[in-house]
Design a protein around this ligand. Structure first.
Ligand code: SF4
Ligand code: SF4
Length: 244
């Protein structure tokens, strides 16, 4: 199971960030910490964050890309193999990567090993936290069927977040990935992330201005699948994430 995140339609509103924080504070384990929330140096745990960037392709105008980031539930998850207590684990039945908080000693090795910065040390609880894909929603028969999806997916007003079985080639999310050229984030890391991203498309205004339909693929060269070294948008994203 996993998420498909559409970088073309995400508007960076942070609704998913707030919904994630709310659900995982009110309904899952210990609340996600917030210290000095209205003070000079606020500190808190967020399992989902949005980064916004301006991208300038070689041809055409610059455009803003809003990039949501949470755990990608990798097939070969280094956060799991590095964990000295076995607190981090990947479920066989649905591939969700979780942390057993009672076994976590807060050593931080998994955060060091995760190439995406997707782990959050809770500064109050002193245990590692991460996206659970809302395991307490997606199998919860006490919720209406429409709510049996991760909180971020349920709340996104732009429909930029999709949830489903990416291991099933016939699922809606797998078809979406195939149709839109979904890609792995930083595939050179070898983690085989389950979550997929859909690339941003050039803005309509610029296409109309050019009156040339072939220009619709202006970003395609930058978003082509990466083999050895990431290039273009992915390369830039890779470098930016490394600096976080
Ligand atoms: Fe682990 Fe990071 Fe992959 Fe999530 S994104 S499974 S925390 S390595
Ligand atoms: Fe983007 Fe949807 Fe999250 Fe808003 S709620 S930031 S549109 S993914």
């Amino acid at each position: 199971m996993g998420l498909v995140i559409d970088l073309d339609t995400c508007v960076g509103c942070h609704a998913c960030v707030v919904a994630c924080k709310g659900w995982n504070t009110e309904n899952y384990g210990a609340p996600l910490a917030d210290t000095d929330a209205y003070g000079a140096e606020p500190v808190g745990s967020f399992l989902n964050r949005i980064h916004s960037y301006e991208v300038t392709p070689q041809v055409g105008p610059a455009q803003t890309v809003h990039f949501p980031k949470s755990c990608l539930h990798c097939e070969d998850a280094p956060c799991v193999t590095v964990c000295p207590t076995g607190a981090s684990y990947k479920r066989v039945e649905d591939g969700i990567v979780l942390v057993n908080e009672s076994d976590c000693i807060g050593c931080g090795l998994c955060a060091w090993a995760c190439p995406y910065g997707a782990r959050e040390m809770d500064p109050v609880e002193k245990v590692m936290k991460k996206c659970t894909l809302c395991v307490d929603r997606i199998y919860n028969d006490n919720l209406p069927e429409v709510d049996q999806v991760p909180a971020c997916v349920r709340t996104c007003p732009a429909g930029a977040r999709h949830f489903g079985d990416l291991g099933d080639a016939e699922s809606d999310v797998s078809k979406l990935v195939a149709e839109r050229g979904g890609f792995d984030l930083m595939p050179e890391q070898g983690t085989k992330p389950v979550n997929q991203y859909l690339p941003p498309r050039p803005r309509d205004a610029w296409v109309a201005e050019e009156e040339d339909d072939t220009q619709i693929d202006v970003l395609a060269p930058f978003l082509a699948p990466v083999t050895d070294q990431p290039k273009g948008f992915l390369g830039w994203l890779d470098k930016t994430l490394e600096r976080l």
